[in-house]
Design a protein around this ligand. Structure first.
Ligand SMILES: *[C@@H]1O[C@H](CO)[C@@H](O)[C@H](O)[C@H]1NC(C)=O
Ligand SMILES: *[C@@H]1O[C@H](CO)[C@@H](O)[C@H](O)[C@H]1NC(C)=O
Length: 278
């Protein structure tokens, strides 16, 4: 059986096909359930852009995170083809306002995880190399990758940020300010069972694979346009990039937490591509 997936890519102003997925009625503001992010609080958050001829501008399609002055980590499903020309993309960094007037950064190289096929099959990660290093500034800073041997639990303080939809049916309104929401990480086994129960899936196949991580709850979640963006958790006073927004069923529904690429699993692969991180 096939789950109705959403891939959280968006193009501002575009309309997603309607779908009969029930959405909680409360009028939440935010990522879903979030509120305005303070300037400089999440300095690794970037926006991935492609050129839109109709709008004659570089429009937001996905989030991403600086993990190095010259590298951005995003989701593989944000990149349309494995061998895409890097000049098709731009990166916007250093502003909570999506179209804040800052210059766009060029991309010189794209590395999609070689095993990626579709988000719900895992490996949903891609690395973008910037043409030039970003200078250190208080509002532009890389985020640290998680240590390989650390478990994240519902007790950890974790936050999700992005410019994606504020509900299944609603785009983030102008002035497109970055949204933040705190979310709880779930154990994979619990999340897998929730997805099975709520979707009526009966096969043996795991839905939430080991390289995925679930977070969020009813009314608190990522949605279209947040894909590729960061889920960070605080470990001993420093933020670690724990997840990359990947997929889900609807947005912020009761039994369907958001599903993230589990960054921890891919630290060796990332380091291999990027070289040592500072
Ligand atoms: C980015 O690439 C475009 C097209 O190659 C070029 O015209 C532009 O000057 C570059 N921008 C920067 C900041 O290097
Ligand atoms: C899944 O459904 C079973 C049987 O109805 C129930 O016992 C279990 O608590 C549910 N698990 C989750 C995680 O929702």
């Amino acid at each position: 059986m096939l789950l109705l997936l959403f891939l959280a890519v968006s193009s501002l102003g575009s309309c997603s096909a309607g779908s009969p997925v029930p959405v909680p009625e409360n009028d939440l503001v935010g990522i879903v359930g979030g509120h305005n992010a303070p300037q400089g609080k999440w300095p690794w958050q970037v926006s991935l852009r492609i050129y839109n001829y109709h709008w004659a501008s570089w429009v937001h399609i996905c989030g991403g995170s600086l993990i190095h002055p010259q590298w951005v980590l995003t989701a593989a499903h944000c990149i349309f083809q494995k061998d895409t020309d890097p000049s098709t993309y731009r990166i916007h960094a250093g502003d909570v306002y999506l179209y804040g007037g800052r210059g766009l950064l060029n991309v010189s190289r794209i590395i999609v995880h070689p095993n990626y096929v579709a988000a719900h099959l895992g490996f949903d990660l891609a690395l973008l190399r910037l043409a030039t290093r970003v200078g250190a500034a208080s509002n532009v800073q890389p985020v640290t990758l998680p240590p390989e041997a650390l478990n994240f639990t519902p007790e950890d303080e974790c936050w999700l940020t992005g410019w994606g939809r504020t509900s299944y049916y609603k785009s983030l309104p102008p002035p497109y300010r970055l949204q933040q929401v705190s979310v709880q990480v779930l154990e994979n086994a619990v999340c897998d069972q929730q997805y099975r129960n709520a979707s009526g899936h009966t096969g043996d196949r795991q839905l939430i694979l080991d390289d995925m991580l679930c977070a969020g709850s009813e009314g608190r979640d990522s949605c279209y346009g947040d894909s590729g963006g960061p889920l960070v958790c605080r470990v001993r006073r420093s933020w670690r990039l724990v997840g990359v927004v990947s997929w889900g069923y609807g947005c912020a529904l009761r039994d369907f937490p958001g599903v993230y690429a589990r960054v921890q699993t891919y630290v060796p692969w990332i380091l291999q591509q990027v070289g040592e991180l500072p």
